[in-house]
Design a protein around this ligand. Structure first.
Ligand code: NI
Length: 294
């Protein structure tokens, strides 16, 4: 091995920082990459103040949003989990990050207090079906029932109606998608960053590595807040994405911010400002989220 090569190897092996990512049940060491991106650092908006209203002329499906700004959305599916989701909410709150949770209806019905906290902490809730079936194998009525029960369970739990859905496994037929959009007004939200955090053997390092390597401006990151390893990977993952210049928005905020103004439709009423970071949204209609009438 030549001297320059040897030096390069030594530098590479000594460079990564080692961070202790601790959770009460699991200790995982995540080797952190050095922030070395050339992402431009334009003036980004205060993500807490971004609109939470979908554009009038939005797309029917999003896998990511087109933007050169380092604005991204991190999403957590299949919860809420009574133990892991609150732990994740603590991590997000400490960092002032707002995420999007695609909730499974039967879990939302079982743990409404967690759903409430998700919304009170300023995150977005989306519909991820009642029992996580493959929608492509269901009748039109079956799909309608899966999404309706979940929509109602979320509204009942937190008073906020979801604006979005994510089909389980990302699978939905075009005809089903059109019906869902007509019935619920939801666009389908897929993803462009997949750490495959559900895969065995589960590994927090791989979750971290895949998210770091795949994320780019406008990305929608797929995670699951029902796995210990995913939660364990989050402190380093979130901190290093932020260190690289990325800023987090909810999916609706990301869509709204990256849609040209001429496609946004009429501006939101002035009396419906975004809630301050960490505070519950104002209990008034509008704001992009229909409220329960109870
Ligand atoms: Ni899922």
């Amino acid at each position: 091995m030549s001297l320059p090569r040897l030096l390069a190897v030594l530098l590479c092996t000594s460079a990564p920082l080692t961070a202790q990512v601790a959770s009460s049940a699991l200790k995982i060491e995540v080797r952190r990459a050095l922030p070395a991106d050339d992402i431009p650092q334009p003036a980004l908006p205060d993500t807490a103040k971004l609109p939470r209203v979908l554009p009038v002329n939005r797309q029917s499906v999003y896998t990511r949003c087109e933007t050169t700004l380092p604005l991204i959305a991190i999403t957590f599916d299949d919860g809420p989990d009574p133990v892991l989701t609150p732990r994740l909410l603590d991590l997000l709150k400490q960092r002032g990050i707002h995420a999007t949770f695609f909730l499974v209806g039967k879990n939302a019905a079982a743990f409404p207090e967690v759903v409430r906290r998700i919304v009170e902490d300023g995150h977005e809730v989306g519909n991820h079906s009642w029992s996580h079936p493959l929608l492509t194998q269901l009748s039109a009525e079956g799909v309608e029932s899966q999404l309706r029960r979940t929509h109602d369970a979320i509204v009942k739990a937190c008073g906020t109606a979801p604006l979005l859905y994510r089909p389980p496994y990302g699978a939905v037929r075009a005809t089903q998608r059109a019906r869902i959009e007509k019935s619920f007004g939801y666009p389908a939200i897929l993803w462009d960053v997949d750490p495959q955090d559900w895969q065995h053997p589960r590994n927090a390092q791989k979750v971290y590595d895949r998210i770091q390597s795949q994320t780019r401006p406008g990305s929608i990151i797929l995670c699951h807040d029902i796995h210990e390893t995913t939660i364990a990977a989050m402190p380093a993952t979130l901190d290093d994405l932020a260190a690289r210049g990325f800023r987090f928005a909810t999916v609706t905020q990301l869509i709204a911010y990256t849609t040209p103004p001429e496609l946004m439709g009429p501006p939101a009423p002035k009396h419906l400002p975004m809630s301050p970071l960490g505070a519950p949204p104002p209990a008034t209609a509008g704001e992009g989220t229909a409220k329960a009438s109870e």
